[in-house]
Design a protein around this ligand. Structure first.
Ligand code: HEM
Length: 534
């Protein structure tokens, strides 16, 4: 504790001394301004630094309920003002955090500060379970871009703590009943099949004119059509370019680095949005409101909600005493589309990259489809019998989880015990699922893509087994996990049933973590209709 306070204070003195001597020697400012500078700079720096220093100290040496000091949480000390932000931030943050946890012997729990934000990170299934299922970690830490884009009104960012969580629970229930429940998911099966047909037709069209297939564009288009159909009941030509553009723009903005997010515990946070993410989000939010508002108005005027089968119609058809405000309806519609589109396309792109890279695995998958499905087009009903295909998706989720740090972290609403440590209220808690799913003490040959491992041991990936929980776990587990998984499995099956996939250029598996972890170099393939010579 002493060392950290001293480091902080020394850096304050150096910072103030350096700044004021530089200014006084190079400017002609009046002397009274120069004499005030050290004080105001010291106050500014203290306002930024001290909360961070104090919260770090608190995080490291908190006391338990009996007053006994809990074990200090290991982790890097970090720099004054910025903490460990420069050391870990970037497109490979999950890997850097894993390396740091190893270096500090802190896989179970590591403490560090990012900017002024105290953070703990678990890279171990046991502590991951305590965090994700613990009653304390039910909120999300503030993120300006997401708040501006209305997510603070929607499911993902609404507070989930006892008492404050009624709103969150209500929205989750509505989205479940209107779109994500098993019954609704089954009802939306024909839509997913139509979208798959359209996707296969696009691949065929590219083949006829001798073009290679740019997988990212193909999969994003399919994903957008599927979500627009499920959420808004729009299909084919009715799915406008504008919707796709808004999703892409939102993805860029929420995934962009915003320094202010790491200083939200200080008064300087809002001033640190150096790249103007906030204003850009406000502009996009206005467009989103206009776009969805118009659709809601048209649907209300048409008055045919009870004949339709989409989330919007379900929400508009709710009985008067259960009706949601228009702003909440818009937030949920937008959130579903925004969340669903990219992550499904990203997971499928990784899966197709693996299939293309490993012809032996592709051969086995073809054989299974031929044996189990025969000549009819794959439907959802075939998926439970396509065990190897399911193993391929699981292995892709293990090696390339779209949310390696589980996308959006959790925030402790009160002090909580994790392992032998006490994590104070206000701490951001993260789970490094990528580190867990690459841990050689858990997974044999973790760097080898081997779907068969899931034939040897059955691992439930929906949140009950923390060795592989790519959809999170506990109360805030991904509410769209069944929809995401069903879509990916069905479309993978269709793409494999119709085609043999070959690389159009060397496949690189480099990662880039923004909002989700995507392939750094988009995948480009050649598709050869099965049965035809390559
Ligand atoms: C393959 C696809 C997907 C993956 C890998 C994925 C992953 C995740 C993860 C890791 C979380 C955080 C969970 C936690 O904190 O424990 C999450 C939350 C969430 N996901 Fe997904 N997701 C996928 C598809 C979808 C789809 C298709 C939808 C909706 C259409 C969706 C909607 C949500 C929502 C609403 C939350 C916030 C839940 C809450 O805070 O209560 N996800 N997802």
């Amino acid at each position: 504790m002493k060392t950290e306070l001293i480091t902080t204070m020394v850096s304050l003195v150096i910072l103030v001394h350096f700044t004021t001597t530089t200014i006084s020697s190079t400017t002609t400012l009046p002397s009274w301004i120069i004499s005030f500078l050290p004080i105001s700079l010291a106050m500014a720096a203290a306002a930024v630094t001290l909360p961070f220093a104090i919260t770090t100290l608190h995080a490291r040496t908190s006391r338990n309920n009996n007053g006994a000091a809990a074990a200090a949480i290991p982790g890097p000390r970090g720099w004054p003002l910025v903490g460990s932000l420069p050391a870990v931030w970037g497109p490979l943050m999950h890997r850097r955090l894993a390396a740091l946890a190893d270096a500090h012997g802190a896989r179970r729990l590591m403490s560090l500060t990012l900017g002024a934000t105290p953070v703990v990170i678990s890279s171990h299934p046991e502590t991951a379970r305590e965090i994700l299922s613990g009653a304390a970690f039910v909120d999300r830490p503030p993120k300006a871009a997401a708040r501006e884009l209305m997510f603070s009104r929607a499911i993902g960012f609404a507070p989930g703590a006892e008492g404050a969580g009624d709103y969150w629970r209500r929205l989750r229930r509505v989205a479940g009943a209107g779109m994500l429940s098993p019954r609704r998911l089954a009802a939306l099966g024909p839509l997913r099949r139509r979208v798959a047909d359209a996707m296969v037709a696009r691949v065929a069209a590219a083949g006829q004119i001798g073009e290679v297939v740019a997988m990212r564009g193909l999969l994003q288009r399919a994903s957008l059509e599927s979500m627009a159909g499920s959420v808004l009941g729009l299909e084919g030509g009715a799915v406008s370019e504008e919707l796709g553009e808004m999703v892409r723009e939102g993805y860029e903005l929420v995934g962009a680095f915003n320094l202010g997010d790491h200083y939200h515990t200080t008064m300087w946070g809002p001033l640190m949005d150096l790249w103007g993410v906030g204003p850009a989000c406000r502009g996009l939010a206005a467009r989103v409101r206009g776009y969805f508002g118009k659709i809601i108005e048209e649907r209300s005027l048409a008055g045919n909600c009870h004949e339709r089968d989409d989330l919007l119609s379900y929400m508009l058809g709710l009985p008067e005493d259960e009706k949601l405000e228009d702003s909440d309806v818009i937030a949920v519609l937008w959130e579903m589309i925004f969340r669903g589109v990219d992550v499904v396309a990203i997971l499928l792109e990784w899966t197709m990259a693996r299939i293309t890279l490993h012809p032996d695995i592709q051969f086995k998958a073809h054989k299974e489809i031929d044996a189990v499905v025969g000549s009819h087009r794959i439907t959802d009903a075939d998926i439970p019998n396509l065990h190897f295909l399911q193993c391929i998706v699981k292995e892709t989720l293990r090696m390339h989880p779209p949310g390696p740090l589980l996308s959006w972290a959790r925030l402790a609403v009160h002090d909580a015990r994790v392992g032998k440590h006490i994590v104070p209220a206000g701490t951001t808690a993260m789970v490094n699922m990528w580190a867990i799913s690459h841990d050689k003490t858990i997974w044999g040959d973790p760097w080898v893509f081997r779907p068969e491992r899931f034939r040897e041991q059955d691992v439930n990936i929906l949140g009950s087994d923390l060795r592989l929980a790519p959809f999170g776990s506990g109360r805030r587990v991904c509410s769209g996990r069944m929809m995401g998984l069903s879509t990916v499995q069905l479309w993978l099956g269709r793409l494999l049933q119709e085609y043999e996939w070959l690389p159009a250029k060397p496949i690189k598996l480099a990662e880039s973590l923004r909002l989700s972890m995507e392939m750094k170099n988009p995948l480009v393939c050649r598709a050869v209709r099965r049965g035809e010579a390559a």
